[in-house]
Design a protein. Structure first.
Length: 143
């Protein structure tokens, strides 16, 4: 089995659901070498979404997502693109869009770059407030 190399760092991310008040957020620690497909699945779990809707990341002016037959196409395979490939800096932000019809946007900010703690399992959610909106809610205004 081909295993990922050990991550160089741990990224502390703050994830905020845009356009909803009161604020919905999560704080998580992920290995710096996490691929975008895995990060996408983690975000869906954190907000109790099943992954049945189209979704993508918007990082440094480009979209990264999973292509579907007869649907949206992306230039890169999210299983091959790692978060560390973007050389993000502290306080830098990027976007995760889930369910293009409902328009759920998660703003993700790199809060800190930490050393890897060998005693900790990653990824891990270390904070947050409020449950995510239901999967089939049609957007922030309806919610």
């Amino acid at each position: 089995m081909n295993r990922d190399p050990q991550p160089s760092f741990t990224y502390q991310l703050r994830v905020v659901l845009r356009d909803v008040s009161p604020l919905f957020w999560r704080r998580l620690l992920v290995p710096s070498n996490i691929d975008l497909a895995r990060l996408s699945r983690i975000l869906q779990i954190l907000f109790s979404w099943g992954g049945e809707h189209l979704h993508c990341f918007h990082i440094h002016g480009m979209d990264y997502g999973i292509a579907y037959a007869s649907g949206i196409r992306f230039d890169n395979d999210p299983c091959q693109v790692r978060l560390s490939d973007f050389h993000l800096h502290r306080r830098e932000r990027f976007l995760y869009q889930y369910d293009f019809t409902a328009g759920w946007d998660l703003e993700i900010r790199l809060e800190n770059i930490l050393p890897v703690d060998p005693a900790r399992s990653y990824p891990v959610c270390i904070g947050g407030k409020r449950a995510g909106p239901p999967e089939h809610c049609v957007g922030a205004w309806a919610y």
